[in-house]
Design a binder for this molecule. Structure first.
Ligand SMILES: *Cc1c(COP(=O)(O)O)cnc(C)c1O
Length: 385
C-alpha cells in the first residue's frame, strides 16, 4: 500500500496489554461494523452494541454508568451540561398542550426556558411554592405531564418535602423530576425518596474544578429509559470524551472533597450567622433555612453553597461594596469547584419575598478556612458602614 493509505489506515504498532488505573479517552464519531448486516442507528448501546459516537463513546458510557450506580438509577444518560439535562427532561415528557409544575426556587435558566421556549411550543409551566409539600395535589391537572423539584432551591435554598410531593404525584400518575445537583447524587438519595428522574450538573461537584460542562439524566425504570432515550437521540446531545475523562477523575476525589467542603462551609456559615449585620444564613443545616427539618430527615450531609441575607437597614450598594472588597473569594457564576466564589442576586423573583439586593450566595472552596474567614471580615469592614 502507498504510504498515504498507510497513514490513514495504520496498523497498531504499540504493544497491547497496557494496564493503568484510568479509563481511556475514546474519541470517535464513526463506529465500525463488521458487516452491512450489523449496521444500526440506535442509542441503546448499553444492551446492543456501539453504533455512533453521538450516543457516547466508552468513556461517556463509563461515566454514565458510574453516576447511575452512585444514584441507584436504572439508567443514566450523559448530556453536555446541567441545562441540557433539564431540556432533555422537558422535551421527553411534555408536548404541546402539556402542563408542568416548577418551584419558584428552581435554577433560573429552567424557569427561563419555561417562560420562553416552552411557552412558544405550547407547554404551560406553572411556578409553585417550593414548600408546598402534599398540597401539590391541588395544582395537578389532567394534562400535567411533569413536576420539577429542586432541593435545596437555587440561591434561596428552600428544602422541599420530596416524599410528600412524589406520593401526591404518583397517586395521579404524574412523573416527578429533581434537579439533584446540590447533593452531587450522594447527599440525597432521590430514587429512595420517590423521584422518577434525577438530573445533575456534573459541572459542579463531580467535575469539581470549574473546567468542564456536563450533565446527567438518571431514570428510575425501563419505561422512562425508553421515553428519555428516544428524545435524547433526536436532540443530538453529544458530550466530549475529554470532558468525560475529567469528570471520571473528579469522581475519584468527590468523597474527600465533599467531606472537607461540608466542614469548612459549616464553620464559615456558623461564624457568619453570629455577625450583627446578618438577617439570616440560608444553609440547610441551620434552622434559619426554610425546610431545615426536612433536610435533617432526608439528607446525609450538606455541601459548599449557601446564601446570606443582610439586614434591611443595610443598603444594597453596601452589600455590593462588600462583594467587591473580597479578595480570596472571587466573583463568578457556578459553584462546586475548588475556588471560593461570591455573587449578589439583585433580581430574585420569589412571590411574597423581597430580598432587595441584600442576598449574597457564597461557594466555599478548598482554600484554608481561616483565610476565607479573614477575607470576609476585612470585606465586611470595608463594605458595610
Ligand atoms: C449550574 C446548575 C445547572 C446548569 O448546569 P450547566 O452545566 O451550567 O448547564 C442546573 N441546575 C443547577 C441547580 C445548577 O446549579
Amino acid at each position: 500500500m502507498d504510504w498515504r493509505t498507510r497513514l490513514v489506515q495504520p496498523q497498531q504498532l504499540a504493544p497491547t496489554g497496557f494496564k493503568s488505573l484510568t479509563v481511556p479517552t475514546y474519541r470517535g464519531s464513526t463506529v465500525l461494523f463488521d458487516s452491512q448486516a450489523d449496521v444500526r442507528d440506535d442509542w441503546k448501546q448499553q444492551q446492543d452494541r456501539y453504533t455512533y459516537g453521538l450516543y457516547g463513546t466508552p468513556t461517556a458510557m463509563e461515566l454514565a454508568a458510574r453516576v447511575g450506580q452512585l444514584e441507584g438509577a436504572h439508567h443514566t444518560f450523559t448530556v453536555p451540561g446541567g441545562q441540557a439535562a433539564i431540556t432533555l427532561v422537558y422535551f421527553a415528557l411534555c408536548s404541546a398542550g402539556s402542563h408542568a409544575l416548577v418551584p419558584y426556587s428552581a435554577y433560573g435558566p429552567n424557569k427561563e426556558m419555561a417562560s420562553n421556549l416552552l411557552k412558544r411550543l405550547g407547554v404551560e409551566v406553572e411556578p409553585y411554592d417550593p414548600l408546598i409539600g402534599a398540597d401539590i395535589a391541588a395544582l395537578i391537572r389532567p394534562n400535567t405531564a411533569l413536576i420539577w423539584t429542586e432541593s435545596p432551591g437555587s440561591v434561596t435554598m428552600e428544602i422541599q418535602d420530596i416524599p410528600a410531593i412524589c406520593k401526591a404525584a404518583r397517586a395521579l400518575g404524574v412523573p416527578v423530576a429533581i434537579d439533584n445537583t446540590y447533593a452531587a447524587g450522594v447527599l440525597f438519595d432521590a430514587f429512595a425518596h420517590g423521584v422518577d428522574i434525577s438530573v445533575q450538573a456534573l459541572t459542579k461537584y463531580i467535575g469539581g474544578h470549574s473546567d468542564l460542562l456536563l450533565g446527567t439524566v438518571s431514570v428510575r425504570n425501563e419505561h422512562l429509559k425508553e421515553v428519555v432515550g428516544d428524545t435524547f437521540k433526536q436532540l443530538g446531545l453529544a458530550v466530549s470524551p475529554d470532558d468525560c475523562s475529567l469528570a471520571l477523575r473528579g469522581l475519584q476525589t468527590l468523597g474527600i472533597r465533599l467531606t472537607h467542603l461540608e466542614k469548612s462551609t459549616l464553620a464559615i456559615a456558623g461564624w457568619l450567622a453570629e455577625q450583627p449585620m446578618m438577617e439570616s444564613v440560608l444553609h440547610p443545616a441551620f434552622a434559619s433555612c426554610p425546610g431545615h427539618e426536612i433536610w435533617k430527615r432526608d439528607f446525609t450531609g450538606s455541601a459548599s453553597v449557601f446564601s446570606i441575607k443582610f439586614r434591611d437597614e443595610i443598603p444594597a450598594a453596601q452589600v455590593e461594596a462588600f462583594v467587591n472588597a473580597l479578595k480570596v473569594f472571587r466573583i463568578g457564576m457556578s459553584w462546586g469547584g475548588v475556588t471560593s466564589l461570591a455573587l449578589v442576586y439583585p433580581n430574585l423573583e420569589r412571590p411574597g419575598k423581597n430580598y432587595g439586593g441584600r442576598l449574597v450566595r457564597l461557594n466555599i472552596g478548598l482554600e484554608a478556612p481561616e483565610d476565607l474567614r479573614s477575607d470576609i471580615e476585612q470585606a465586611l469592614r470595608t463594605g458595610i458602614k
